[in-house]
Design a protein around this ligand. Structure first.
Ligand code: CDP
Length: 217
């Protein structure tokens, strides 16, 4: 059975994770963070000193690695050889290498299969870069959350994390396979001057017009 998928795309630190998490909770849907999956594969490659730019080494790595996507507490969890990397997902080395790993088609194929599998089981809010364009192009519920580069840099710095967001965005937008782009039929929301709650309200208002209502007010 095909469940409802709400696709939330956007550049780094645009606020889409906070919005997606709250939106999923309000709707009673499962929150799927696809960025965490690319980060987990990156963490694993770095642990084994595999070069993120070496396509055949990455392919071999994936052939010998178990990747599992599950759900716990209303959100996706992702295990690499049975391990959840947790805080290591946002470490500086992972921030620096993730866009390279995410540009590898072999990685994308494997993770997109898992993302689609998760959405077969539950109604989901799925957050990423290519959700509305590639992973679920057929969903009628697509949002692209943006914010000015200054606001995004300030948000990430406020989290105390070293993260080259400008370089990541440039790589994510320029790659051949599934680049970051706005789906033709996505609703674009500029969150630069909006709180998370305001963006969520805006999204919920649009969904209500299509017969999807919040379970939690
Ligand atoms: O939290 P933030 O927006 O900074 O990043 P993220 O969603 O955790 O994604 C980390 C990286 O994973 C991105 O910079 C992309 O390179 C990659 N990614 C992707 O290629 N496709 C997705 N659907 C999600 C993330």
């Amino acid at each position: 059975m095909q469940h409802t998928v709400i696709a939330i795309d956007g550049p780094a630190a645009s606020g889409k994770s906070s919005v997606s998490r709250e939106l999923a909770q309000r709707l009673g849907y499962v929150y799927v963070n696809t960025g965490a999956m690319y980060r987990a594969v990156t963490w694993h490659a770095l642990q084994l000193a595999v070069d993120p730019s070496d396509a055949s080494a990455i392919e071999h790595l994936l052939e010998t690695t178990s990747l599992e996507c599950g759900v716990s507490d209303g959100r996706s969890c992702f295990l690499v050889n049975g391990v959840d990397p947790n805080e290591a997902l946002v470490s500086p080395p992972v921030n620096a290498a993730v866009s390279k790993i995410a540009s590898q088609p072999v990685v994308r194929r494997r993770l997109v299969d898992l993302q689609r599998g998760c959405a077969e089981l539950f109604p989901t809010v799925v957050e990423g870069r290519d959700i509305g364009t590639v992973v679920f192009p057929g969903t009628p519920h697509k949002f692209y959350i943006d914010a000015s580069p200054e606001v995004r840099a300030a948000r990430r710095a406020g989290q105390g994390l070293h993260d080259p967001v400008v370089q990541r965005d440039a790589m994510d937008s320029a790659r051949q396979d599934s680049p970051l782009m706005i789906a033709r039929d996505a609703v674009v929301i500029d969150s630069s001057n909006l709180s998370v709650g305001e963006v969520v309200s805006d999204v919920l208002k649009q969904l209500q017009g299509k017969g999807i209502t919040a379970k939690v007010q």
